[in-house]
Ligand binder design. Structure first.
Ligand code: FES
Ligand code: FES
Length: 160
């Protein structure tokens, strides 16, 4: 398998790596950079658990080749909290008990955070639709939806 030299920024830190042409961004993050917060499940775009941001937009990292991330900026769940302070979405997931086994949580949070930046005043239906691509087998989604709606309220309060 041919190797390619790439450079990308992950959570603000520049990395230069040699990667196989068929390595996914998901595997690069987990195996080469040790960022195992991004979860690996279906590896075919169905579950959403591997969601990270590429230049600020959510992508399923199992569907992105590492070479495609060359020159781009990636944010993973490890890059959200600042100086140990959780984001409002993370905080509300804790408060609402929206985490059970936790396997879907990083993907849920990466999708929810990006969604609230685009739509700071969502309806419940919009939240359901936004999170529709991330599968959770534990919570029944109620606590997750409540957490996202509450985080939106908190973020609106903070911006006034
Ligand atoms: S592991 Fe990427 S969508 Fe399931
Ligand atoms: S909390 Fe277990 S899959 Fe969502």
């Amino acid at each position: 398998m041919s190797k390619h030299r790439i450079s990308l920024k992950v959570n603000g830190r520049l990395h230069e790596l040699e990667v196989e042409a068929n390595k996914t961004l998901l595997r690069l993050l987990r195996e080469d950079l040790g960022l195992t917060g991004t979860k690996c499940a279906c590896e075919r775009g169905d579950c959403g658990l591997c969601t990270v941001w590429l230049d600020g937009k959510p992508v399923k990292s199992c569907l992105v080749l590492a070479v495609e991330a060359d020159g781009h900026e990636i944010t993973t769940i490890e890059g959200l909290a600042r100086d140990g302070k959780l984001t409002p979405v993370q905080q509300k997931f804790v408060e609402h008990g929206a985490v059970q086994c936790g396997f879907c949580t990083p993907g849920m949070i990466m999708v929810a955070e990006a969604f609230l930046r685009e739509n700071p005043n969502p309806t419940e239906e919009e939240v359901k639709e936004a999170l529709g691509g991330v599968l959770c087998r534990c919570t029944g989604y109620r606590q997750i939806i409540d957490a996202v709606l509450d985080a939106a309220k908190e973020m609106r309060k903070a911006s006034t």
